[in-house]
Design a protein around this ligand. Structure first.
Ligand code: FAD
Ligand code: SIN
Length: 534
């Protein structure tokens, strides 16, 4: 099944097509090159767009004195609330330190302590200081800069910007053998075309734009996950949307990407206060303000319900040299009329990260031959029900290298694509009501009735079709598919666990220690299953 498009007007090819230019796509591309493979890197907007450049807190890796991958693993498993795949966590934490050293060798510069060692900070769920950071709170920008410099210097990587991947192309044998693209370009590569390859790596990032307030940029519409679903791949854990507890609260009228106030601000001493000036996290969790993200987001939600106010306070007055340590956050607060060195910051949870995604094995291979997934679009199982802070950049680094190594070992010959039937598109007008319905009914807290109401809205919105193939309608159709997958999985999981909080099933239940997977059939119907956690 694929989306309605115009007829492909051009064609190109490479050994591997990588879709997306965040940490996952760039790392995969560079590693494919080190194995001598040719790479076509396509990306939807400008090459530096995506969540990666916005990352603030840092990268978690057991690099500090006395720290071990095993301790990092323990914290990851606790945050994941019983649903992590321990093999994936082992890979992440044990290969993480080397992946970070490699990134440093590629030119990424991390902040140093007064003694000249790499400075490490702490974030929610970590029992020790383990987070490397750059430019204070501009870690993602530095990671992106270093990787982009290396990619641009490699002549074996061809880059096409403003190239939106619409659908996977499959051969008669069912193997993915390329991707259908829409390029806003000049010359021969303009409009819809096909990029053929011996394998395709989807690294299109998250799907925060499914919600009306998110930390994610506008490109995060989950296109790669939707593409994989239409290609027949399975997704897993999609009900586990992580809401970041401390997003700068401006106004409910503000939609789309909102400024993040990094968890590392709390790591450096900031505290959460309610409207009675009480430090409400004390007594709620042994790690108080630095409890795992889901715990803090839920408690903030409770406080907001109790006070009737749409935010709580983050008091960062005791953070040393705020402006120097957190220059990006300082600037975004000031731009919104708040000086964090003299006043409290209003914060509220907003959608931040998809802990689930396209189900892959330890080499990033999806359930469809030829289709690999890396980064936030993937569900490796490393995050379980709630990703541990700063494990995402790390996942892109570690699994990007593994995918490249696996492809270098086994890359079949190019196959010819067969063109499949096309689905209807949805009108871009559905996006705003979809986002509102998702935030209202499938947000930090959900219930059978809120989810059913959201599903009903989604069903109504599915009637607003469009016959005009264009970027906005492809994105709207993708958002709708993903919103439906999230709501249906959230309805299936009748318990609370990690970032899935059901008011009607407030407790976790051992009978739900399984992963919910999903796929769509040829008519687009959602088929769900349960898999044991490994
Ligand atoms: P992205 O970096 O989002 O890149 C996706 C790429 O795919 C982009 O280039 C995009 O343009 C492209 N793309 C999308 N759709 C298409 C399409 N249809 N066709 C072609 N290209 C497409 N994680 C941490 O570990 N530490 C942190 O400190 C941290 N802070 C964060 C702060 C913020 C504000 C945000 C939003 C996230 C943060 N995260 C952090 C999460 C982390 O940044 C992301 O999960 C990670 O960067 C995802 O990397 P990625 O390569 O998978 O996706
Ligand atoms: C943050 O800096 O709080 C975000 C870190 C993350 O998402 O891992």
């Amino acid at each position: 099944m694929r989306l309605l498009t115009g007829k492909p007007g051009w064609s190109t090819s490479a050994d591997v097509v990588v879709i997306g230019s965040g940490v996952a796509g760039l790392t995969t591309a560079l590693n494919l090159r080190s194995h001598g493979l040719s790479v076509l890197l396509v990306t939807k907007a400008r090459i530096d767009e995506g969540s990666t450049k916005w990352a603030q807190g840092g990268i978690a890796a057991a690099l500090g004195p006395g720290d071990t991958p095993d301790q990092h693993k323990k914290d990851t498993l606790i945050a994941g609330a019983g649903l992590c795949d321990s093999r994936a966590v082992d890979v992440l934490v044990s290969e993480g330190p080397e992946a970070v050293r490699k990134l440093i060798a590629q030119g990424a510069v991390f902040d140093k302590s007064e003694t000249g060692e790499i400075a490490l900070t702490r974030e929610g769920g970590h029992l020790r200081d383990r987070i490397l950071h750059a430019g204070g709170d501009a870690t993602g920008a530095e990671v992106s800069r270093a990787l982009l410099t290396a990619v641009k210097n490699d002549r074996g990587i061809e880059i096409i910007e403003h190239a939106l991947a619409i659908d996977a192309l499959k051969s008669k044998s069912g193997r993915v053998c390329g991707v259908l693209l829409h390029v806003i370009g000049a010359g021969s590569r303009d409009g819809v075309g096909s990029a053929l390859a011996r394998a395709v790596v989807v690294a299109t990032g998250g799907l925060g734009q499914v919600y009306s307030q998110t930390t994610n940029p506008a490109v995060s519409t989950g296109d790669g996950v939707a593409l994989a679903l239409r290609a027949g791949a399975k997704v897993a854990d999609v009900e586990f949307i992580q809401f970041h507890p401390t997003v700068l609260w401006r106004d409910l009228a503000n939609r789309g990407q909102q400024p993040l106030i990094s968890e590392s601000v709390r790591g450096e001493g900031a505290i959460l206060l309610n409207h009675k000036n009480e430090q409400f996290m004390i007594g709620k969790h042994p790690q108080a303000d630095l409890a795992p993200r889901d715990v803090v987001a839920k408690e903030i939600f409770n406080q907001m319900q109790e006070s009737g106010q749409p935010y709580v306070w983050l008091d960062a007055l005791k953070v040393k040299d705020f402006q120097i340590r957190f220059p990006t956050i300082y600037d975004s607060c000031m731009a919104n009329g708040i000086d964090p060195t003299i006043e409290k910051i209003p914060v509220a949870p907003a959608s931040h990260y998809a802990s689930g995604g396209v189900k892959v094995d330890l080499n990033g291979q999806s359930t469809i031959a030829g289709l690999y997934i890396c980064g936030e679009s993937a569900c490796t199982g490393a995050h379980g029900a709630n990703r541990l802070a700063s494990n995402s950049l790390l996942e892109g680094l570690v699994f990007g290298a593994r995918i490249a190594a696996a492809l270098a070992k086994d890359l079949p010959a190019q196959e010819e694509p067969v063109y499949e039937s096309k689905t209807t598109l949805l009108d871009p007008k559905i996006v705003l009501p979809l986002q509102i319905a998702m935030s209202e009914g499938a947000g930090v807290m959900r219930s059978e009735s809120s989810l059913r109401k959201t599903l009903q809205t989604l069903n109504e919105l599915s009637k607003l079709t469009s016959t005009e193939p264009r970027i906005e309608s492809w994105e709207a159709t993708n958002l709708h598919l993903l919103a439906t997958a999230i709501v249906k999985s959230a309805l299936t999981r009748k318990e609370s666990r990690g970032s899935h909080w059901r008011s009607d099933y407030p407790l976790s239940s051992d009978s739900w220690l399984s992963r919910i997977t999903g796929e769509i059939d040829n008519s687009g119907n959602w088929i769900s299953d349960l898999e044991p956690v490994k």
